[in-house]
Design a protein around this ligand. Structure first.
Ligand code: SF4
Ligand code: MG
Length: 303
């Protein structure tokens, strides 16, 4: 795969390996949690793209998967429930030379943070959003989330959910996202290929990742997905065709597609259009930015 995006100042002078992206803490996820596959895939992707850890910022909200920045070696921010995209947008606009990757779950991103999901997509801010979608609230021990299937029995729906699930892919496409994909944590190599394309894409990219919660969602486990997952690229899908992308995204049942559904290249990002951000480089590097001393005082006040 050819990586065309240039990482100004972000490329490592030596070839990195996945181990270089191992964080200081070990994951405390349950054995078999799908999120392990996502962590492995991102470590592999960043190593193969040779992006220096210091030029990456990972941002998360709250939830099992939102512990991700602690397990991944880069700058990281573990923020408020549903607010990861807002924080990431601020960071990207202040320093658009950063590679900004947002990690979180379906409840955090599509429920509590649903408004930020819509508006970050339509603004086409150059952020990669990885949503570990397990169709349940895992950290709070198993309640329905915005993507739970109709009929799903949980602690909060003992007679089965009656709510229509949100479709993250069609939502993102219709709201203006310029790269929309789905991956499966049980196939980390394929997921890593999608991640490299998403990070290389200039503009807002979403990867909705089927990432089973083996503890609280026994309906949508690995045996459910292994029988159903099909790669969209093997069906001759045209990623520039948004109608075909929506039709494939609405397919859920015996066949569930993974791969890149939609990509619109050449659309300007917010930071490329806004004259204040576009013309003189990142705000973070300009004269008049905070001094180190001022920055430390603010950080200390917030701690
Ligand atoms: Fe993963 Fe579910 Fe365990 Fe959370 S509760 S760590 S989502 S398996
Ligand atoms: Mg969840």
């Amino acid at each position: 795969m050819t990586i065309t995006k240039e990482f100004s100042g972000g490329s490592s002078p030596i070839q990195l390996t996945p181990k270089d992206f191992k964080g200081l803490a070990d994951p405390d996820w349950c054995a078999g949690c799908g999120d392990f596959g996502v962590l492995n895939a991102l470590q592999r992707s960043c190593a193969e793209m040779n992006i220096s850890p210091h030029s990456i910022l990972t941002v998360s909200g709250i939830g099992c998967s939102s512990n991700f920045p602690g397990y991944f070696n880069s700058y990281g921010m573990h923020t408020l429930h549903g607010r990861s995209l807002a924080v990431a947008a601020g960071a990207k606009l202040a320093n658009h030379e950063l590679t900004v990757i947002v990690t979180g779950g379906d409840g955090d991103g599509y429920g509590i943070g649903g408004n930020h999901f819509t508006h970050t997509a339509r603004r086409n801010i150059d952020i990669t959003y990885l949503v570990m979608n397990n169709q349940i609230y895992g950290l709070t021990t198993g309640q329905i989330s915005p993507t739970s299937s109709v009929g799903m029995r949980t602690k909060s729906t003992p007679f089965g959910s009656v709510e229509t699930p949100l479709n993250p892919l069609t939502s993102a496409i219709m709201n203006g996202a310029t790269f929309v994909a789905r991956g499966y944590s049980g196939d980390p190599r394929h997921l890593s290929d999608i991640m490299k394309q998403a990070i290389s894409h200039t503009g807002f990219s979403l990867i909705d990742i089927l990432s089973p919660c083996v503890t609280f969602n026994h309906d949508n486990d690995h045996s459910f997905f292994k029988q159903r997952v099909h790669k969209l690229e093997e069906e001759g899908h045209d990623t520039s065709d948004w109608k075909a992308a929506c039709e494939s995204a609405m397919q859920w049942g015996d066949k569930i597609y993974t791969g890149v559904f939609y990509q619109r290249e050449g659309a300007l990002t917010l930071e490329q259009q806004e004259p204040v951000l576009r013309d003189d480089g990142p705000l973070s590097g300009r004269a008049g930015s905070l001094t180190e001393d001022q920055g430390s005082k603010i950080i200390n006040a917030l701690m």
